[in-house]
Design a protein around this ligand. Structure first.
Ligand code: HPA
Length: 271
C-alpha cells in the first residue's frame, strides 16, 4: 500500500504545476458547483491517475481538480468512491492517503443524507459534529503502517471543533440556517426501512448516508483536521411514508447547494 500511495503522489507532483495544496475537498452531493469558484484549475481524470479506482455512479464524474479557492491552493475530488459501488474500504479511502502524502492537513467533505432528527427539514444544511460507523468494515482493518498513523487512533474529535465554530459564525453572517448533528454511515445502497431510520435516531444519529465515514476515519488516522456537512435531502422515521428516490435526493441537494457552497468557500478561506 505504501508504494502505491507514493507512486500516485509522485505522479501528481510531476503532473501538476505549482506548490502542492494543504487543503483537500471531497465534492459530494450538494457541493459540485463549488468547482465554479476554483480558479486556475488543472483537471486530472481519475482514469489517468495510477492506482485510482474509477467512479461509476450517475451524477458523479471523476476528476481531481487542482486550483485556488479563496486564495488557498486546494485539491478537489469531483466524484468519490462509494462502498456500495463495490470498492473495498482501502480503495474508497485511497485518495485521502494520497492527499496526506502530498502534504494535505485539512479535509472538507460533503454528502447527501436522510434526516431522522424530528427538527430537521428537507434542504437543511447539517454541520457534522460526530459520526457513527455502521459500515461492515473499518478502513484501518489489517496491517497498520506507523508512517500513516497509529494502530489505535482516537476518534474523540473526528470533526474539528474550531472549524465547526467558524462555520457557525460564517452561516450566521450569511444568514443561512444550519443545524448540527451526528452522521450515521451505512453501506447502502438501500435507503432505510422506517424501522431502521427509527433505530438510527434512537442510537444517537441525526442523519444517515452512504459515504464520508471511511474517508474521515482515514483522514483522522493521518491527523488531518476534518470538516463535514450533510445536505438533508429526505426525512425518515417510523411515521414517514414518503419514498426517497435518487432523483429526489439530487433535486433537494441541488436546491441547498448555494448555501453549502457559500459556507465552504468562506470556511476554506478562513481555515
Ligand atoms: N439514507 C441513506 N442515504 C441517503 C439518504 C437516506 O435517506 N438520503 C441521501 N442519502
Amino acid at each position: 500500500m505504501l508504494n502505491k500511495i507514493k507512486e500516485t503522489a509522485a505522479f501528481l507532483k510531476g503532473r501538476v504545476s505549482g506548490t502542492m495544496p494543504t487543503t483537500a475537498i471531497i465534492l459530494g452531493t450538494g457541493l459540485g458547483s463549488l468547482v465554479d469558484y476554483i480558479e486556475d484549475k488543472q483537471y486530472i481524470p481519475y482514469t489517468e491517475i495510477p492506482n485510482f479506482p474509477v467512479s461509476t455512479v450517475e451524477g458523479h464524474s471523476g476528476n481531481l481538480i487542482f486550483g485556488v479557492l479563496g486564495g488557498k491552493r486546494v485539491i478537489a475530488m469531483q466524484g468519490r468512491f462509494h462502498y456500495y459501488e463495490g470498492y473495498d474500504m482501502k480503495q474508497v479511502t485511497f485518495p485521502v492517503r494520497v492527499f496526506k502524502a502530498l502534504g494535505v492537513d485539512t479535509l472538507f467533505v460533503s454528502n447527501a443524507a436522510g434526516g431522522m432528527n424530528k427538527n430537521f427539514r428537507v434542504g437543511d444544511v447539517m454541520i457534522i459534529t460526530d459520526h457513527i460507523n455502521l459500515f461492515p468494515e473499518n478502513p484501518l482493518r489489517g496491517k497498520n503502517y506507523n508512517e500513516l498513523g497509529p494502530r489505535f487512533p482516537a476518534m474523540t474529535e473526528a470533526y474539528d471543533h474550531k472549524l465547526v465554530a467558524k462555520a457557525d459564525e460564517i452561516a450566521n453572517e450569511l444568514g443561512i440556517r444550519v443545524v448540527h448533528g451526528v452522521y450515521v454511515g451505512t453501506p447502502g445502497p438501500t435507503f432505510e426501512t422506517p424501522a431502521e431510520y427509527e433505530y438510527f435516531r434512537i442510537i444517537g444519529g441525526d442523519a444517515v448516508g452512504m459515504s464520508t465515514v471511511p474517508e474521515v476515519i482515514v483522514a483522522r488516522h493521518g491527523d488531518m483536521r476534518v470538516f463535514g456537512v450533510s445536505v438533508i435531502t429526505d426525512l425518515g422515521g417510523k411515521d414517514v411514508t414518503e419514498v426517497p428516490t435518487h432523483e429526489e435526493v439530487q433535486l433537494a441537494a441541488e436546491k441547498a447547494q448555494p448555501n453549502v457552497v457559500a459556507i465552504m468557500r468562506e470556511l476554506v478561506k478562513r481555515s
